[in-house]
Design a protein around this ligand. Sequence first.
Ligand code: NAD
Ligand code: 89Y
Length: 342
Amino acid sequence: MPDPLRGAVIGCGFFAQNHLHAWKDIADVQLVAVCDKDTAKAAAAAERFGVPAHYADAAAMFARETLDFVDVATTMPSHRPLVELAARHRVPVIVQKPFAPTWDDCVAMVAACAAAEVPLMVHENFRFQGPLIAVRAAVAAGTIGVPHFGRISFRTNYDVFANQPYLALEERLIILDLGIHLLDVARVLFGEVETIACRTQRVRPNVRAEDMATMLLHHKSGATSIVDCSYSSRLASDPFPQTLVHLEGPQGSIALLEGYRLRVTGPAGTTERDVATPLLSWTSQPWHVAQESVLNTQRHWVASLRAGRVPETSGADNLRTYALVTAAYRAAAERRAVMPEA
Ligand code: NAD
Ligand code: 89Y
């Protein structure tokens, strides 16, 4: 593989701006092309980030450019055709979440990339957020023992629909858009899931689907976790976009508190420290924790490509997270705990 890697970004909308900034921060990557079916957005991204070529048609881009990887940052309906296009050109691909609108699409993308022997990673970035990396490190340090209970929570009234208006129209809203990240974090902290129960609520009048979900997970390890998310919580101070975590183990507890405070209680007492993400030249409050996680995620992709390693959130791995999403919807519809089918 050449030095630096030649990358391209497909989809130059709202969230892709973070991808574009992050690629510019990674010395081992040179963006050679950007693509958006909206030509004005592709041209604006090329201009803003100094990318030599821009396209409105991904097929034309693959035909003309020599790429070491492609970053698909479009919304989910286009993921499968774009990932399969990349696979046909034998170009490694990182693709945004949610992986796809349906389970079958997700499986098809994993199969297409496997058949073409092309690395595939889902841009599942919450587990790469600085504060959540600090939680993972605190667990690994062993102070509390192996966690047997936890709560992973994301509740806000922030107007996510202003930047992402398509969310209001989705048939499946918060579990697929946001719960998916938290379910992934639950897998990271407690391992795979045996059963999941779920209740959903639609609180806002102007959204089509659920904007609140409460999930109860029983993990194969024996641990129990609660994963809850809301886009309609009027709180004294709105923590958006913070994920709050509470973990208990046989020897103590770990809490990621609002304001990015990490509190660890173990046999020797309690410590508390600041695990806030520092601001980068291109990040700003309150999004900075999400923005920096994009950089961490993309660095992980590049390091995995260079080492020939399977990334943590490979397509195959993400099937297990996606299976929890589909299981959660099924559990809510059937009003019973179900086993994820991955
Ligand atoms: P957006 O609508 O602002 O941008 C998507 C862009 O993709 C648009 O400009 C559109 O023209 C372009 N596009 C669509 N199909 C295309 C195709 N076939 N070829 C070329 N361009 C195409 O959407 P967004 O809010 O930026 O979201 C993009 C993705 O990022 C979504 O999947 C969303 O869930 C995800 N997202 C992730 C996070 C996170 O933290 N991981 C946060 C926000 C959004
Ligand atoms: O779409 C969501 C996501 O993936 O992370 C945060 C978000 O942009 C709004 O909650």
